[in-house]
Every structure is written in structure tokens, then in C-alpha cells.
Design a protein around this ligand. Structure first.
Ligand SMILES: [Zn+2]
Length: 106
């Protein structure tokens, strides 16, 4: 569980910087306040996947790199799988398996 809260490692932060730099999406002025700059959050983020009524689907999530405005806190999320920081869902060890409960047949 502690690993889930671990910050990005130095090599991962370097990879994030290179990926963002190659796409010219980093170090931008915030689109919300037009004052601050978007900086990479030091820890990974997860966007939970839900149904239209708000239920989470068995712990499913999109792993994300969060860019945070250093003035107003506005956040922009980059999919960490697309950025190459996390393996595709089928290869991850899986919040789904850990959080799925006992309703599945087994
Ligand atoms: Zn801002």
C-alpha cells in the first residue's frame, strides 16, 4: 500500500520531463488564472473510472501525471500509460483484482 503513495522516482521525473518537453506541453502559463505555471506534481495521480451514477467500477482507474498550477491549483492530467510511465491495464498488477470483492465466480 505504501508503494501506492510513493512519489515519482528521479528517473521517472526525468522521463516525464523529457516526454512533456518533446510535446511542448510543459512549463505553460495556467489556462485558468493566466498567472501561474503548470508544474509536475511529485506523486502519481489516479482518476477513478465510474458509471454515470457515480459508482466506481471495481477500482478501475487511469494512472495519471498531474500538472498543477503553482498559483491557483488548477490541475491538468496526462495519462501515464500514454506517456509510457505505467504499463497498459492488462499488464498492471491491478487495483481491480484487489478491490473486486467476492461477487465474481471463482
Ligand atoms: Zn492557475
Amino acid at each position: 500500500m505504501e508503494d501506492d503513495l510513493a512519489p515519482w522516482s528521479e528517473p521517472q521525473l526525468r522521463q516525464i520531463g523529457e516526454w512533456i518537453g518533446a510535446r511542448n506541453v510543459g512549463d505553460k502559463v495556467c489556462s485558468l488564472c493566466d498567472v501561474g505555471r503548470l508544474v509536475v506534481a511529485t506523486t502519481p495521480a489516479n482518476l477513478l473510472v465510474g458509471t454515470p451514477n457515480g459508482d466506481n467500477i471495481n477500482g478501475a482507474n487511469y494512472p495519471c501525471i498531474a500538472l498543477v498550477c503553482n498559483h491557483c491549483g488548477h490541475m491538468v492530467l496526462i495519462n501515464a500509460i500514454v506517456a509510457g510511465l505505467q504499463p497498459p491495464d492488462a499488464e498492471r498488477d491491478g487495483n481491480r483484482a484487489r478491490n473486486s470483492g467476492s461477487s465474481a465466480s471463482s
